[in-house]
Ligand binder design. Structure first.
Ligand code: ZN
Length: 91
């Protein structure tokens, strides 16, 4: 009897915890978003030029997300400018 009672209490606590998670959609959402971002960061890796992870501001909600676009790299922009300049000088 005692055992059943304890188990019942445990189940009750667990289900109330789940309810908490259910109502706090923001927390759950940002947790999975953070995981998603971490996944992307790993996927894109660090930039070979500036050795840091690039990010971009998502237009939809202004959220900052990892980016694999070289165009968001300041070093790349500087380099391409230098490249352009040297090309112009050669002409
Ligand atoms: Zn970079």
């Amino acid at each position: 009897m005692q055992c059943t009672k304890t188990m019942g209490g445990k189940v009750g606590a667990a289900s109330s915890k789940m309810k908490d998670l259910d109502t706090s959609e923001d927390e759950d959402g940002s947790a999975s978003l953070a995981k998603e971002k971490q996944k992307l960061r790993k996927l894109f890796g660090v930039c070979p030029l500036c050795k840091s992870c690039h990010t971009y501001k998502r237009k939809k909600d202004g959220d900052i997300w990892p980016s694999d676009r070289m165009s968001s790299c300041e070093e790349f922009r500087k380099k391409s400018e230098a490249h352009r300049a040297s090309l112009l000088e050669l002409q």
